[in-house]
Write a protein that binds this ligand. Structure first.
Ligand SMILES: [Zn+2]
Ligand SMILES: [Zn+2]
Length: 297
């Protein structure tokens, strides 16, 4: 019995810690999420997470930056900015409440479109985020990930899938250069709604951009979000996909799981799967913690 206990303790000590570098979108502060932020944070604590990053979506600067569901709900950019202000206050309070039990980082997930960079710097000065998740959901000012129809419209706007992928990775590089976010969010999100993405990644123009962006991420010492929300949405693998993961590991890039939770039900979902995949890929799973890396602070 004693030996068994000793073994199981040893086993526990070697198991990678449960963490999430990207998540905590809540129905309280995001229209397409569910539940209160306090409920979501309690969910992480109940699952024994070591640390989590709360990374609510950045509010738009103008009404032009509203998502379709926000427009339909009659919200304005100012409404969302006020809501975001309440998000930061609530998240900071939870950070204090959980001190000593679970480390909470208060961050923000960015957008990248015209005017976003000065706005992000302004928000960062105002709120002193612990770190940023740098994400791109727009190409040529058009959001491509809100729905399959939005994705199809983005493909049409750019001409074809390859051109869309190239434009996405170009926007991502610009985002990386401007913001140097501690965590790059769902690196290959552009494959969403494209069943042929594996071939697309091998097209020379696309492959060159993926390689270029990974090299820059490695140079700057940024981390990748190993985003398992893709699994919950029916994809067969997380962002990043296996060949990109392999290359990132060769380049020495740090990877951290992110559940991209959008409600209590998605807290921690896929994290064990992420850890298993990373272990299989030979990653040490000694997670680096996100640190503020926003430029101009
Ligand atoms: Zn969201
Ligand atoms: Zn995102």
């Amino acid at each position: 019995m004693l030996v068994q206990q000793g073994e199981s303790m040893n086993d526990t000590a070697q198991r990678p810690l449960r963490v999430s570098s990207h998540g905590g979108h809540s129905g309280e502060f995001c229209l397409h999420a569910k539940d209160s932020l306090a409920q979501i944070v309690a969910g992480y604590a109940a699952q024994g997470f070591d640390w989590i990053g709360l990374t609510e979506h950045m509010p738009p600067l103008t009404d032009g930056g509203l998502y379709p569901d926000e427009q339909q709900a009659g919200l304005s950019a100012v409404d969302l900015q006020r809501q975001f202000d309440r998000y930061v206050a609530t998240a900071r309070q939870l950070q204090q409440d959980y001190a000593g039990r679970m480390t909470i980082y208060v961050g923000m997930e960015t957008e990248f479109y015209a005017g976003a960079v000065p706005w992000i710097h302004e928000l960062n000065k105002l709120y002193h985020f612990d770190y940023l998740v740098g994400s791109v959901h727009h190409v040529h000012e058009r959001c491509f990930d809100f729905s399959a129809a939005d994705y199809a419209a983005a493909v049409e706007l750019l001409g074809d899938h390859d051109a869309l992928y190239c434009a996405y990775f170009d926007a991502q590089l610009a985002m990386i250069e401007h913001l140097q976010p501690a965590v790059v969010g769902h690196f290959d999100l552009i494959r969403l709604y494209d069943p042929d993405y594996a071939e697309r990644f091998q097209q020379p123009a696309v492959a060159a951009r993926i390689e270029r962006n990974l090299q820059r991420i490695a140079q700057l010492g940024l981390m990748l979000d190993f985003n398992v929300r893709a699994l919950a949405k029916g994809a067969s693998e997380p962002y990043v996909s296996a060949p990109i993961l392999q290359r990132a590991l060769q380049l020495g890039i740090d990877i951290v799981p992110g559940d991209d939770s959008h409600g209590v039900a998605s807290v921690g979902i896929g994290i064990d799967e992420a850890i298993k995949l990373l272990q299989q890929a030979g990653y040490h799973c000694q997670w680096r913690r996100p640190k503020s890396a926003a430029k101009g602070e």
